[in-house]
Each structure stands twice: as structure tokens, then as C-alpha cells.
Design a protein around this ligand. Structure first.
Ligand SMILES: Cc1ncc(COP(=O)(O)O)c(C=O)c1O
Length: 391
């Protein structure tokens, strides 16, 4: 009977089936359909050297293990590792580097990633070149003899630039550098970087994977055996693991990822079209708009365009007025939850990026970002209409 449960997934199970079931078996002691929260720090051993495969909960936890198998399956990787935050996951990936190594990074990567690289990792003789990875010629030029990693975020936060994943993977491979993709903005429902040749995928599970704005976490998905061995070792050695309750929340979140992402994408596109028509809005950044410079590429490598968009109002005063006037959209950092959020990248998510660098990236004082939730689209439009009327 138990064996039957284990093989419930065929080798060709499709994405939404994997989201719901992968990594999870009925609990062996009770048959509980939902993986329990194993809130324990240690496991009783029968006698010296005889145990059930669990010794200490930093090293192994069944709830975390179920989530890690689930995440690996839905990203199309071989193994997953869950961390205490997206930044802890990126920090773990950085341990694959050695002193003297050089990394090529997307120039408008998440501000916290830039801060980790620029303020922490440069103290360990690592160097970073920030380039517009949507321009493959610039990426190629940035490679040096010491380059040991290409780290790409696509779409970028908040101006939604797209990097050609297949071309970038080919370039990294030619230079023998692991290709790492931060897939937080798209989620594996919309974009699966491993299918295009990525070696490692990172996520802030805080966002779409958990999806309900009630957990902070991160993960790394790997395909190569040497990377898997190292990441498992580092996860235990550094200890920045995701706890059992957060693991359970994310596991619950991925069950509804496919249906949430459809609605996030519908609302994202509808808001982008609405804002593009609005006389007070100067520019809208959304890869689903035919006016987006990389719309064709986005359509090729993404399934849907997601719920993230940004728009330019021309001044800090106008941005402040909109942010002050919205009622339904919540002024808050973060993204990817079921409720819509609105934010001001220049002073919030990207405050740690120097002003000249920010402006060069288009992250002006008048730029506003929206994470479209799954509310009724008419209510979101009504809210933005009344807020824009006050500008
Ligand atoms: C694209 C991206 N990567 C990584 C992170 C860091 O994740 P966390 O906040 O879970 O540490 C974030 C957070 O906003 C993000 O947007």
C-alpha cells in the first residue's frame, strides 16, 4: 500500500501535478496527506549508529526535505536546498567561489544582492562586474580570465529587463563559469532557467513560491552532482536553514502556484495596459506589452509575463502622491503575494544602490513599482484611478 503512494507520480507528470504532489508522501506513521511540521531539534536513536536517517535537525528535517524535493521537481533540477531567506540562499551560492574569483552580474540586480556582493564579498578578494546582461556583447566583454560565475536576474527588478537565458548559458559554458539565475520575479511556473542551460537557480521563496506574504525564505536548485554535494555541505556547515514551519508554509504555497500565477499574469498585463493609456503616466515597464523592447524574447522564454510592473510618473512629488493615495494597494516592500503591493524602488528596495548607479538604470525618483495581486482587476484599476486623479 505504502509503495503505491510513493509511486503516485509518473516520470512525465506535468507542472501543476508536480507542484501539488512532488516530494510529498502520506506521513508514514499516520497516513496524513499533508506533510506534518516536524518541529523537533533532534531525533531519538535506537542504539549507537542506528537511526532512521535523521540525527539532528540542522542537517535533516522531514518537512524541509519534502519542500526541497518539491522545489527541485518544479524547477526541473536534481536537488533543492531551502534557506532562511533569499539572501541566505544567494550567500550559499557565493561560497562556491574562491578568493581571487570574478563574477559577472546583472547591473540592476535586487538591491540586497548588490549589497551582499559589494559590501561583504569584496572583503574576501572577490570582484564583481555589473553589466546589462540583456546585452550579450557587454556580458562577453566583461568576462576575464578569473570569471567563475555569471549571475543573472531576469526579468530585472524593477525595470523588467530580459536576459536571453539560452544565449547567456552558452556564453557561461564557453567560459567554464557556472550560470546562476535568480528566478524570483518569474517563478518556475513562468520561466524554467534549467531548461535553457542554467546550472543553479535561486529564489526568494518569500515571494511567489510561498505567495501569501507570511514567510521569509530562500532556496537554491542545482543540477550538477558536485554542486549538490557542496551546497548540502554548506547548508549544514553554515546552518542558515529554513525552519519546519516556514518549510510547511512554502510547501503549501507551491500547491497553488500555477493557478495563482495565471491570475497574477492576467492582472499584471491588465494594469500595464491601463497605466499605459493613462495621461499622467510617462512610461510603463512590463514585458507583456508589445512596446517592451524585449517583448519577443520574453514571449519566447516565459509562459506568461508575471505580476510585476513599474511605471514612471516624472517626479518624486507625483510618486509620493500616488503612494499616499492608494487604499487597496498596500505601500510595502516585497512582492509575489496574493495581495497587491505598491512601492518606491529608489527609496525602498534600491536605497542601498548609489544614486548615480540607480539613475543610470532608470530607477528614478518618479518610478513606482507594483506587484499585482489576485484581487478583482476592476478594484485595482479603480484604486489607481482615484490615486492618479490626485497627482
Ligand atoms: C529578486 C530577488 N532576489 C532575492 C531577494 C532576497 O530575498 P529575501 O528577502 O527572502 O532575503 C529578493 C528580495 O526582495 C528579490 O526580490
Amino acid at each position: 500500500m505504502y509503495r503505491k503512494w510513493i509511486v503516485k507520480l509518473t516520470t512525465h507528470a506535468r507542472f501543476s501535478t508536480l507542484c501539488l504532489h512532488a516530494g510529498q508522501e502520506p506521513d508514514p506513521s499516520t497516513g496524513a496527506i499533508i506533510t506534518p511540521i516536524y518541529q523537533t531539534s533532534t531525533y531519538v536513536q535506537e542504539e549507537l549508529g542506528k537511526h532512521k536517517g535523521y540525527e539532528y535537525a540542522r542537517t535533516q528535517n522531514p518537512t524541509r526535505g519534502a519542500l526541497e524535493r518539491n522545489l527541485a521537481a518544479i524547477e526541473g533540477g536534481k536537488a533543492g536546498f531551502a534557506f532562511a531567506s533569499g539572501m541566505a540562499a544567494i550567500g550559499a551560492v557565493a561560497t562556491m567561489l574562491r578568493s581571487g574569483d570574478h563574477v559577472v552580474v546583472s547591473d540592476n540586480t535586487y538591491g540586497g544582492t548588490f549589497r551582499l556582493f559589494d559590501k561583504v564579498l569584496t572583503r574576501y578578494q572577490l570582484s564583481f562586474s555589473y553589466v546589462d546582461t540583456s546585452r550579450l556583447d557587454e556580458v562577453e566583454r566583461a568576462f576575464t580570465k578569473s570569471t567563475r560565475m555569471l549571475f543573472v536576474e531576469t526579468p530585472t527588478n524593477p525595470v523588467m529587463q530580459i536576459t536571453d537565458l539560452r544565449a547567456a548559458a552558452g556564453l557561461a559554458q564557453r567560459h567554464d563559469a557556472p550560470f546562476v539565475v535568480d528566478n524570483t520575479f518569474a517563478s518556475p511556473c513562468i520561466q524554467r532557467p534549467i531548461e535553457f542551460g542554467a546550472d543553479l537557480v535561486v529564489h526568494s521563496t518569500t515571494k511567489y513560491l510561498n505567495g501569501h506574504s507570511d514567510s521569509v525564505g530562500g532556496c537554491v536548485i542545482a543540477v550538477r552532482d558536485d554542486d549538490i554535494e557542496w551546497l548540502g555541505f554548506v547548508q549544514n556547515a553554515e546552518g542558515a536553514i529554513l525552519g519546519p514551519f516556514d518549510s510547511w508554509l512554502v510547501l503549501r504555497g507551491t500547491k497553488t502556484l500555477p493557478i495563482r500565477m495565471v491570475r497574477h499574469s492576467e492582472n499584471g498585463l491588465a494594469l500595464a495596459q491601463f497605466l499605459q493609456q493613462h495621461p499622467k503616466v510617462r512610461h510603463v515597464y512590463y514585458p507583456g506589452l508589445p512596446t517592451h523592447p524585449q517583448h519577443a524574447l520574453a514571449a519566447r522564454q516565459m509562459r506568461g509575463f508575471g505580476g510585476m510592473l513599474a511605471f514612471e510618473l516624472g517626479s518624486l512629488d507625483a510618486a509620493r502622491q500616488v503612494l499616499k493615495s492608494v487604499r487597496l494597494l498596500a505601500l510595502a516592500e516585497s512582492l509575489g503575494g496574493v495581495e497587491s503591493l505598491i512601492s518606491h524602488p529608489a527609496t525602498m528596495t534600491h536605497a542601498s544602490v548609489p544614486a548615480d548607479h540607480r539613475n543610470a538604470l532608470g530607477i528614478t525618483d518618479g518610478l513606482v513599482r507594483i506587484s499585482a495581486g489576485i484581487e478583482d482587476i476592476e478594484d485595482l484599476k479603480d484604486d489607481l484611478t482615484q490615486a492618479l486623479d490626485r497627482v
